[in-house]
Design a protein around this ligand. Structure first.
Ligand SMILES: [Zn+2]
Ligand SMILES: [Zn+2]
Length: 168
């Protein structure tokens, strides 16, 4: 998709042999990122990596603007979201279960799909480009944020304004 370096691919291999309790703080700043169907910009994130007995615990905070569609006017817009999560990546062992996250042998952890998942989860079901989005006309489909049409009842507001002016 794009060959630029993946900023969510972390080199954690050097922590494998560090003593339990070792900590690393990894700041992440990405202007624009595309992970499968997810497009986001201004990703600001912080990862705290702790070496535990089982493997590495990653505690992540992240905020970004995610490209999505307004539920009312169907326009695309960037929705600011923030999320927090933690994941334990375990050293390979024979006790592992299907759902366990396993540390890669090469020491490079690709966090892309985890970020994608949590950023999507952080989006509300009802997404509006702005709180007072006027939506689309149900009759002609015009975007009422950008234009008006003859199907809107707004004409009804004018007579009363006129009446007020006349009564003054
Ligand atoms: Zn809208
Ligand atoms: Zn209309």
């Amino acid at each position: 998709m794009n060959n630029r370096q993946n900023p969510l691919r972390l080199n954690v291999g050097y922590l494998y042999n560090k003593p339990i309790g070792s900590l690393r703080e990894v700041p992440i700043e990405v202007d624009q990122i595309e992970i499968d169907d997810l497009i986001a910009r201004d990703l600001r994130s912080h990862i705290r990596i702790s070496r535990t007995r089982e493997g590495l615990l990653l505690q992540v905070t992240a905020e970004a603007e995610v490209l999505t569609t307004c539920g009312r006017c169907l326009d695309s817009f960037y929705l600011p979201v923030s999320t927090e999560f933690e994941e334990l990546y375990q050293f390979p062992s024979r006790h592992r279960e299907e759902t366990d996250l396993i540390l890669p042998n090469d020491g490079y952890l690709d966090m892309q799909s985890i970020y994608r998942e949590y950023l999507i989860l952080s989006m509300p079901i009802k997404r509006l480009c702005h709180a007072d989005c006027a939506g689309l006309c149900a009759v002609c489909g015009v975007n009422l944020n950008e234009a008006s049409c003859e199907h809107q009842p707004q004409a009804g507001a004018h007579p009363s304004e006129d009446a007020q002016e006349k009564s003054v």
